[in-house]
Design a binder for this molecule. Sequence first.
Ligand code: BG6
Length: 478
Amino acid sequence: MNLKGQAFPDGFLWGGAVAAHQLEGGFDQGGKGLSTADVMTIGANDIPRKVTDGIDPNEFYPNHNAIDFYHRYPEDIKLFAEMGFKAFRTSIAWTRIFPNGDDEQPNESGLKFYDDLFDECLKYNIQPVITLSHFEMPYHLVQKYGGWRSRKVIDFFVKFATVVFKRYQHKVKYWMTFNEINNQTDFESSHALFTDSGILPKSNEENEKLMYQAAHYELVASAMAVKIGHEINHDFQIGCMIAMTPIYPLTSKPEDVLFAQRAMQTRFWFADVHANGFYPQWLLNHFKEQKFNLDITETDLRYLREGKVDYIGFSYYMSFTVKDTGKLEYNESYDRVKNPYVKASEWGWQVDPVGLRYALNWFNDRYHLPQFIVENGLGAIDKKTVDNQIHDEYRISYMNNHIREMKKAVLEDGVNLIGYTPWGCIDLVAASTGQMSKRYGMIYVDENDDGTGSLNRYRKDSFYWFQDVIKHNGSEIE
Ligand code: BG6
């Protein structure tokens, strides 16, 4: 099929994506409470971020001020409108609404902030697309309840979801519950459990069991929220948010293929539960074999069945590769190997545009649901010239190659794709390292890793390129 000249379906949601803690700043303003992201220091490519016990005045916390979107959002949204955005994905900081998480009443000033922010988007016909929990939760819930290791957190989350669903029911249609809920598959990595579930494992605890229990509570909370959301507004579209990294076998050796299949099952069972409303049998068998004795009740299972998601929201940055290890259990921290056919970014992320088409088809065959690519992008070091230009042709090439595969999936393979909101449409604090220098944006923010800089915004070359893509509804991509 000749792709040039063919546009994406009418109403396709082109836009950009961010998360509250990575750009808002104002961490202690408007009555906001401390969140888990507020106790994470800066790291680097090979230096993990530290999670401190409360705030240590001798440490630097990049999320505290981030890029000051809290005060500058009208200027930023104006730039998004200039690019032609139809959608803007962000999250609501739980701690702006319930500063401690277990408060009786919501914080009106936090609610008002998002009212104003969404109004500003709607003024330009930009639809807010909202994640309820994007890698942060009230720090108080971690201290008092141990994060998502506690069943009590389900009720706090559902209360938060209900308050914001009611408040913004006429402003927001597209929602997602937990960002990249399946990243904690890598439960042995330094912060996957803390980032997804607010859990700091003790030395005598079994991380795998902790992960399954926390994920179960989150999935129940998500299902309850979906059910309540639909009761509040029938038109709501509430999705899950999965970190999609297709996992390939290194060779066609049957044992490699079988192991890759199990690796996919292990990483994506979260989506099975979200979309099918029940646990896959292989996983229930695994729980039994491991004698996990998880707290899963009949009522929970009923909620899972009744709160299935409306669409699959997912991020796509890279693919993984595995080879037979002689056992069938996939351990994400150890079992990945290098794919000889794809190159990696400076941060070691395997860049694989074809994998995006594969992913779209894989989800389509498995769930038969609409899909929404809510993150995709290249983290790179950008240079600003003396006349304030940013020539980021590597980012344009990355995005072009991914949009081309996405276009094939939609136009040739018949995948039902709602939209595409590339990550970090404006430079922001990286989640994994806390750096500003790992930039994804099409808008440059003059800020250094140590927080210094003018915070001025500049349009990169990719800004004008993406503006053109949106203007022609993708028809120029070939
Ligand atoms: C996804 C997250 O994992 O990838 C974002 O949903 C994150 O929050 C993005 O920022 C890119 O990762 P990083 O670590 O480069 O910021």
